[in-house]
Ligand binder design. Sequence first.
Ligand code: DSN
Length: 419
Amino acid sequence: MTAERDPALQASDPEIAKLIADENRREHETMRLIASENYASRAVMEATGSVLTNKYSEGYAKKRYYEGQQVIDQVEELAIARLKTLFGAEHVNVQPYSGSPANLAVYLAFCKAGDPIMGLGLPAGGHLTHGWAVSITGKYFKSVPYGVDAKTHRIDMDEVRKLAKEHKPKLLWCGTTAYPRTIDWKAFREVADEVGAVLAADIAHISGLVCGGAHPSPVGIADVVTSTTHKTFRGPRGGMIFCKAQHAQAIDRAVFPGLQGGPHNHTTAGIAVAANEALQPSFKAYAKAIVDNARSLADELTARGFALTTGGTDNHLMVIDLSNKNVSGKIAAQALDRAGIVLNYNSVPFDPRKPFDPSGVRLGTPAVTSRGMGKDEMKKLADWMDRVVTAPGDEALLAKVAAEVREVCARFPAPGLRI
Ligand code: DSN
């Protein structure tokens, strides 16, 4: 298939052409449940794979350090204008290379090395860049992680407030990578105001839900909001930062020249295309369908004895504690992968096991929803997962499930793939 459609690549580098074709097939034939992944549209990929990759443009529109920006300025301004409309933001920066650089820009804009900062701990569902010890954000700042309640597994705002009053963070992160519940942005705002902290919301996982109306928005509540662009937002791999006008200069300077050189203009164009797609009325229905599917899948899994942290989900993902199934997260994830169901092993709150071989798995519905799957397919997924997790070493069973998965996937062509 690649030979016909990418003749230059096929002629120049058949090895890479073949690997791309193989990945295309894998993405077509499997149930992709990694909560942070999706299918970008062909339009997004065409913009991203364009001549815009050839151009350097350090600086911002009309204030560049290189000439020849007649087109690039328009691309970046269009991306920003669309995102402002979509998220209701006062200021947008589309240059961060991805989510981690976007978050680092927030530190650089508001903190000095050694300042106290707070974020949700990694095992409780936070991101490395929210101050976890192995990240530069945990090494260069005095990080005080908050956790979740031992019984409910929900963020405990009383603990957040208590720690904030004790440690007076310069920066308070709210936002998650493995947390299945709605974030109460206003509750975080109150705590930030009580201690004089800058409030930063990381909506990398849920930015598509936020702009699609399926999760409340922190824009206008938090001082600054960061996101990747390739998860529920369904764009190319990249990053974006929204902030109040008063912080625009600090954020822009932190991204460039503080952390980065030239922006990836091809990515900026892909983000603009994704923003335009998200502005269409159908995107609201898509965002709602992601959450509906997650709820259906959570209910079906619960009915089969799976223990979901917090008891369910409000968003696009769920985390399953597999302790009661007598299988580790890693064994389960690897067996499921062989059966065509792709997710990641994940720590659960208060996990007694190590992160490299934890007790749980994380899964989400953005990608399968992009294929148009619904309630029936969520039920099938729960059935397959139950069969695989019960007998992760039964290779004949895994092969049978993989064949059933392929048969269902064939009926739901994914956006962007070549089939
Ligand atoms: N790797 C992303 C995720 O899977 O959530 C976060 O950076």
